[in-house]
Every structure is written in structure tokens, then in C-alpha cells.
Design a protein around this ligand. Structure first.
Ligand code: DAH
Length: 343
């Protein structure tokens, strides 16, 4: 009985909005007065069984405290002329200030890369992050037993006859583009990629790449070199040196990796370039005729080049960031250091 009354009164007290001095005094008399409801509750308590007393004593005292505190609060408000408490927020209070965010450095660098290639007439294309084996591997001329298909590197969503996985590189978008259109192609394809790597300062299970593809009649390795040379001068400034080292990718032949002279020490040697003066920023090559044929393009008529770069790598080099994990922590103190430009 006492408990039920307490529940009911508590609810009433909680929604009591306060008001002028008379309303507040009426509240006091009703609950806290010498003949008020709390006095009645304590009278009733006296005749409770010892067992009831044990559990109710504390509840009753807490309830009394609640009524007193509410009384104090509404009394103060009525005396200082503040508004009555209602369900509406107090519109006279100062608002919460909005903290301004910042562009993510990866987004800024991605934009910068896109802008440079746009000047050369490249369009921008995107593809899905969930890919099938054909677009991520087979069409790109990966031998069946290639280790990159292994569970070690690839996050498989469904493994079996037609594997479904998180794409391990943006090269899959090349395939989609060539399959669904007709040459010439001249596009860059930025996006997020995934690899099954333990997270550390130097590796992450997801990162970002920009893929490039140029297919037309008479495209040569010289075109590849000139395009990438222009890109590097724009990105890192006039006078930045480049060098190409022979390499291997299943989808290009010949293949190369491109280094730029370290933009931090200008080639003198520092921690970033491991004291070599050079940093590798991308892989590239002439599109393998098998890849063109896999996408329905006549490799006797068309040739092309492709390249792929990691946005994190380029960003690290630009801003001297040494820990990849910073990019996904969303710490606004980190993010704010790269400018607040809203585009
Ligand atoms: N897909 C490669 C990777 O993720 C990068 C790459 C290398 C892309 C050479 C290309 C290329 O288009 O020609 O490591």
C-alpha cells in the first residue's frame, strides 16, 4: 500500500512544473506540510509489520528527500523569476556550440590526385567493394594458384565455385570499365580496398588506392612515363625526380614500380625514405594482352597502360605521418591539422 502511494506521488512530483509562489506553497503543504501526504505515509509506516519496515524505511526516506529537493528547486526558480519547468527545453539557455569538423587528409589527397589527372582528360570511375573472383583476380590474369588468392590476404565472404570477397585492389574496377564499354578508356578509379593483415603502424586491413587506366590505339610505355612524370611534378612540385624499376604484376607486361625522390629530405636521406633518397609510390605497366582479351577488347588493335597507387602512402609522404592507424581513429585533433576546407 505504502509502496504504491510512493510510486504514484513520485510520478506526480517529477512532472510538477513549478510556478509562482502560491503554486510552490501549495506543493509544500500537499506533500511536506504538517498534515501533508508524507506525514500520512509515516503514520501508516508505524503500523507496518517489522518485515515491511525493513524494506520500506529506506524507500520512504528517499521519497521524502526527493520531495524536499523538488520543493527547494521550484522555490528557488519562483523566487529568481526563472521559467516553470515544462517538457519544453529552456530556450533562454545558451545553445551548445557545434564543433567544426575537418576534411580527412586521405580525402584531401584523393581530391588532389583526381584534380591532377582530370587536367590530362582522365574521368573518374568507381566500382563495388564486394567483388567476385573474376573481377578481382581471374580477369586480371592471376594464375589459379597465385598466393594473393589465399585466405592469408583476401577477406572472403563466400568461398567456393564463385568466390565473393572484399576487393584487394582497385584493379577490379579496370575490368568492370573495359567490360562495359568500348575503347578508348582514360579513367582513374579511387576507392577503398581490403587485405587480411594484422593492424600495425605500417599495415592495416583496409586502405585506399587510386587506379589508372588508359587504353587506345598506339598507347606506349612512353605515354605511361610522361603521364606519371607530369603527375609527380604536379603533386610534389617541379624538379621531383622519378625512376622506374622493373617489377611483376600478373595484369601488366612489362611491369614497373615507380619511385620518386623523397619529398621530405629532397633525396638527402631520412627516416621516411630509409636513407635511400627514394620512395616507391606506385605500380604500373602495359596492360597485359590477356587482360584486354578477357574484357572483350582486341589486343591486336588496342594497347594500354595501367597504374595503381596507395593514397595512404602518398599522404604519409606529404605530411610525414608515420602511423597508419591515425587515419581511422577519427581523432579530431589529428584531422584538424590538414585544413578545414569544405568542398
Ligand atoms: N593492384 C596493384 C596492387 O594492389 C597495384 C597496381 C600495380 C595496379 C600495377 C596497376 C598496375 O594497375 O598496373 O598492389
Amino acid at each position: 500500500m505504502i509502496q504504491e502511494k510512493i510510486n504514484q506521488y513520485t510520478e506526480e512530483i517529477n512532472v510538477f512544473p513549478g510556478g509562482d509562489a502560491a503554486a510552490v506553497e501549495a506543493f509544500r503543504i500537499k506533500y511536506l506540510g504538517t498534515r501533508g501526504l508524507i506525514k500520512d505515509l509515516f503514520d501508516e509506516f508505524k503500523s507496518a509489520t517489522p518485515e515491511e519496515k525493513r524494506s520500506l524505511g529506506k524507500v520512504l526516506n528517499e521519497f521524502k528527500k526527493l520531495a524536499e529537493e523538488k520543493y527547494q528547486a521550484v522555490k528557488e526558480r519562483s523566487e529568481t523569476g526563472g521559467p516553470a519547468q515544462t517538457d519544453l527545453p529552456d530556450l533562454t539557455l545558451p545553445g551548445e556550440s557545434l564543433v567544426e569538423g575537418a576534411r580527412h587528409p586521405l580525402q584531401l589527397v584523393r581530391k588532389e590526385i583526381v584534380e591532377i589527372f582530370k587536367k590530362l582528360g582522365f574521368t573518374v570511375a568507381e566500382g563495388p567493394e564486394i567483388e567476385d573472383d573474376w573481377h578481382n583476380f581471374t580477369a586480371l590474369n592471376f594464375p589459379l594458384e597465385h598466393p594473393a588468392r589465399d585466405m592469408q590476404d583476401t577477406f572472403f565472404i563466400r568461398k567456393g565455385g564463385n568466390d565473393i570477397a572484399l576487393r584487394t585492389h582497385t584493379s577490379s574496377v579496370q575490368v568492370r570499365m573495359m567490360e562495359s564499354g568500348k575503347p578508348p578508356f582514360r579513367a582513374i578509379m579511387p576507392g577503398r580496398v581490403y587485405r587480411n593483415e594484422a593492424i600495425s603502424a605500417r599495415a592495416h586491413c583496409f586502405f585506399h588506392q587510386v587506379e589508372g587506366l588508359y587504353v587506345d590505339e598506339n598507347v606506349s610505355f612512353a605515354d605511361l612515363k610522361q603521364t606519371l612524370y607530369y603527375f609527380v611534378q604536379e603533386l610534389y612540385g617541379e624538379g621531383t625526380k622519378v625512376r622506374f624499376r622493373p617489377s611483376y604484376f600478373p595484369f601488366t607486361e612489362p611491369s614497373a614500380e615507380m619511385d620518386v625522390s623523397c619529398s621530405i629530405c629532397k633525396g638527402a636521406g631520412c627516416q621516411m625514405c630509409k636513407y635511400s633518397g627514394w620512395v616507391e609510390i606506385l605500380g604500373c605497366g602495359m596492360v597485359d594482352p590477356n587482360v584486354l582479351e578477357n574484357c572483350g577488347i582486341d589486343s591486336n588493335v588496342y594497347t594500354g597502360f595501367a597504374f595503381g597507387m596507395g593514397i595512404e602512402r602518398i599522404t604519409n609522404l606529404k605530411y610525414e605521418i608515420r602511423d597508419l592507424r591515425l587515419f581511422s581513429e577519427n581523432d579530431v585533433r589529428f584531422l584538424k591539422q590538414f585544413g578545414t576546407e569544405i568542398v
